[in-house]
Ligand binder design. Structure first.
Ligand SMILES: Cc1cc2nc3c(=O)[nH]c(=O)nc-3n(C[C@H](O)[C@H](O)[C@H](O)COP(=O)(O)OP(=O)(O)OC[C@H]3O[C@@H](n4cnc5c(N)ncnc54)[C@H](O)[C@@H]3O)c2cc1C
Length: 504
């Protein structure tokens, strides 16, 4: 391996930072990864409570299909190889989600295109033509993470591959359409309600169809072992290659001299010098905090002033002392009696995950159940937590009681089996990951945000890069992992080092 002799400091050990560290190390860079939390993963995290492992992040991961392109990336990173050498098992579901509607009806979003089409026509016969068109476009989009259709040497297969790629691209462009506009093309109020049940009107249709389409080819399954396990698997490779990981270490400033980034200043005042500084941390903090707003191209200023964000979450984890295989794995019941959060938001629905399919997350015979409610009212939680910690803790207890009550009403046989409760709020997201406004995935996917690339370097500032969810609207784990690899490819090119993808 060529040794560049260069020292790269990476801020943030989320998936983007871990990926960058991993690829840079295998290309002969010295790497120091600095993370404020005591563990890797960032938003891709899990934590322990009363014998359960509470999983926060990965519900579906693009790149789980064995022959897909993104799978290759996860394998290069070692994300799918557990500590004991076993492969991370992947679970594919027969449906993406089950959605309850105000009419009392339930829609199952099947992972099989024919079954899905039948289900949608069942509830909205008047929209049959539109439904068929919708399903055809889902089929095209499902080829996003396909392998090449056949070996490269056949001209016919190259053509087929190109046709698929073009088809995917055109469909993506069509699916940039705002969800509200798209939903209004359907006559059925039931279908419209379903489409808008979890997605704001101005977000692109892609917010739904990206995940749904990948279920059709079993390209976006659930990785058994949960989120932190994936991060730990990548972290092990970084240790093995000699990377330095500093946890519990907060970065306050990127040090700049003559418009060149030369290192970072930590919260204890100490300095780590570097030939290149990479921020894989929250974008707002990086640009306006660590760099004091001094290097801000118009496109980024506009993004931070005008782009809508993914919301933050109020998340309730429940330990259920029973086998829950009678329940759907993921559902969103309609709540006749809505839940009002202390931030003033009213929720007629919440997303439930029943982790029956991951026995590593619960003691034998028990099940982890989690409930998510989105909120953009992060600031109220910050004020609340700061001014009245007791009331904040009491509110968490109250939310859990409300959630248990509604779950009991929706599916029954839950309330008397609860043996663990844990609640996370937007304050928790900010505290543990530093993400701006507690957002769980950065800039939201709208036509405007998805149509424009954000820069990963800053004009006038040398030896500095930004990666991760705040640099690519719509975020997500594959984007973060890809970003780390792309950064290493770019630095290798700039340093005239032939890029190597493998660890050994
Ligand atoms: C509830 C939930 C469910 C999700 N589900 C999915 C899913 O199913 N599939 C999917 O693909 N994606 C999902 N996502 C999105 C995905 O988790 C994120 O897009 C991705 O993890 C972002 O990775 P990142 O490395 O860019 O950022 P982060 O994970 O935010 O990492 C940034 C890191 O920087 C650290 N940091 C911040 N400031 C500092 C500082 N000053 N000094 C030192 N360190 C600092 C943070 O502590 C953090 O570890 C989900 C997210 C959430 C919250």
């Amino acid at each position: 391996m060529s040794n560049t002799g260069k020292h790269v400091v990476i801020i943030g050990a989320g998936i983007a930072g871990l990926s960058a560290a991993s690829y840079l190390l295998r290309n002969g860079y010295r790497v120091t990864l600095v993370e404020q939390h005591t563990q890797p993963g960032g938003l891709c995290t899990s934590w322990k409570r009363a014998g359960y492992t509470i999983d926060y992040c990965v519900h579906w991961l693009i790149g789980t299909r064995e022959d897909s392109r993104l799978r290759h990336l996860w394998e290069e990173l070692g994300a799918f190889t557990n500590k004991d050498g076993s492969l991370v098992p992947v679970v594919n579901f027969s449906d993406f989600a089950t959605i309850g509607l105000s009419s009392g009806e339930t829609i199952r979003l099947y992972s099989d295109l024919d079954a899905l089409q039948k289900e949608l026509i069942r509830i909205a016969r008047e929209d049959e033509r539109m439904i068929r068109r919708f399903c055809r476009s889902l089929g095209r989009l499902s080829k996003l993470d396909n392998p090449r259709t056949a070996p490269r040497h056949s001209l016919g297969s190259l053509f087929a591959d190109l046709r698929d790629r073009v088809g995917v691209f055109i469909t993506i462009m069509q699916h940039l359409e705002p969800m509200g506009t798209y939903a209004r093309r359907f006559k059925s109020p039931v279908l419209r309600e379903m489409l808008l049940s979890d997605i704001p009107e101005d977000w692109s249709l892609l917010s739904l169809t990206m995940g749904l389409s990948q279920q059709l080819t079993k390209s976006a399954g659930y990785t058994v072992g949960g989120s932190l396990n994936l991060a730990r698997n990548i972290e092990r490779g970084i240790h093995a290659m000699g990377g330095t990981l500093r946890y519990g270490t907060r970065v306050e400033e990127v040090i700049v001299g003559d418009n060149i980034a030369t290192g970072i200043r930590l919260s204890d005042g100490s300095v780590i010098e570097a030939d290149h500084v990479v921020s894989a941390a929250d974008g707002y903090q990086t640009l306006f905090g660590m760099l004091g707003g001094r290097y801000l191209p118009k496109v980024l200023q506009r993004a931070y002033e005008t782009y809508p964000l993914f919301p933050s979450t109020v998340f309730v984890a429940l330990g259920v002392d029973r086998d829950c295989s009678d329940l759907p794995h993921g559902f969103s019941p309609y709540l006749d009696r809505p839940i009002e959060l202390p931030d003033g938001t009213v929720h007629h629905r919440f997303s439930v995950n029943v982790y029956q399919y991951d026995p590593t997350l619960a003691p034998s015979g028990k099940t982890l159940v989690t409930v998510l409610m989105n909120t953009w009212e992060w600031n109220k939680w910050e004020v609340f937590r700061e001014h009245d910690k007791k009331a904040y803790e009491k509110a968490k207890v109250h939310i859990a009681e409300e959630v248990i009550d509604r779950l009991e009403h929706a599916v029954g046989n839950i309330a008397s089996h609860i043996d663990m409760i844990d609640v996370s709020t937007p304050h928790s997201v900010i505290r543990y990951t530093g993400n701006w406004q507690g957002s769980f995935e950065g800039f939201a996917p709208t036509k405007a945000t998805l149509s424009r690339r954000l820069p990963k370097t800053l004009p006038g500032l040398r030896n500095f890069s930004m990666i991760g969810q705040w640099t690519t609207p719509a975020g997500g784990l594959p984007t973060a992992a890809m970003d780390g690899r792309d950064l290493a490819v770019r630095l290798c090119r700039e340093d005239s080092v032939p890029f190597r993808a493998s660890m050994s």
